[in-house]
Design a protein around this ligand. Structure first.
Ligand code: FE2
Length: 239
């Protein structure tokens, strides 16, 4: 099984991800060595903090793709964005060439703060859906609102849930690990990604987590959330 990372801050100098081109190159090699064969580059878009627009992201991704093709010809690289969605203008910002979707599909990676109230998360996800996009909640295990089982089941009924591999493996502490594993056992998770930010901490690595999911929840589920569902994003088909 190969892996497909739909959430990765591998582009350098654009947000709080890779600090320079050397780190980007290290991350590229780490991802490839780990068995990752597809990466969607998802720098943050957060008005006032990380404002890089789509045009700049496209240029940077094209450059990274050229480098990747030289060393790892079977590694696919796509442009994307992780959009801080607690405020109301994120969807409109797509038309303005600022925020954006994953790999030019209808899938939209929406980030919130750990403290964003449940009602705001629900409303914003509904806004995204109403605008014709398919919302994916980035690292839902980090948000307090998702501790409520009814709430997370409700969200999973109309949005997709993405989880970080590090959270599942305990890198973000036992509380987040517990919730992450609970949500996996409930089979409400549609994607597991690295959310990698560098080559030392939060690195582009999925294999260890894949083994954990295979052993505890079955190979079929592991393949679905690490490979098949990401391919649906590239095909722009609904899961
Ligand atoms: Fe992220």
């Amino acid at each position: 099984m190969y892996y497909f990372d739909i959430h990765c801050h591998i582009l350098n100098g654009i947000d709080d991800g890779a600090r320079n081109p050397e780190v980007t190159a290290q991350m590229l090699k780490m991802a490839y060595d780990d068995g990752i064969r597809g990466i969607i580059c998802t720098p943050h878009y957060q008005p006032g903090t990380f404002d890089t627009g789509k045009a700049e992201r496209v240029v940077r991704v094209k450059h990274l793709r050229e480098i990747a093709q030289r060393f790892f010809p079977d590694l696919r690289i796509y442009e994307g964005c992780e959009c801080f969605s607690a405020s109301g203008s994120i969807v409109e910002d797509i038309d303005r060439g600022l925020s954006g979707t994953l790999a030019d599909s209808r899938y939209f990676l929406a980030e919130f703060s750990p403290y964003t109230p449940a009602q705001i998360i629900e409303r914003r996800l509904m806004d995204i859906l109403s605008a014709g996009y398919w919302p994916i909640v980035a690292h839902a295990e980090r948000y307090y609102a998702f501790e409520d089982e009814n709430f997370r089941n409700h969200i999973a009924s109309f949005a997709y849930i993405q989880m970080n591999a590090d959270s599942i493996m305990g890198e973000d502490g036992p509380k987040i690990r517990k919730l992450a594993r609970k949500m996996l056992s409930e089979k409400i998770v549609s994607f597991v990604a690295t959310d990698a930010h560098g080559a030392h901490h939060r690195i582009p690595k999925l294999s260890e987590c894949a083994e954990y999911i295979c052993s505890n929840f079955g190979e079929e589920y592991a393949e679905t959330i690490l490979c098949r569902n990401p391919e649906s994003i590239i095909q722009n088909t609904k899961i």
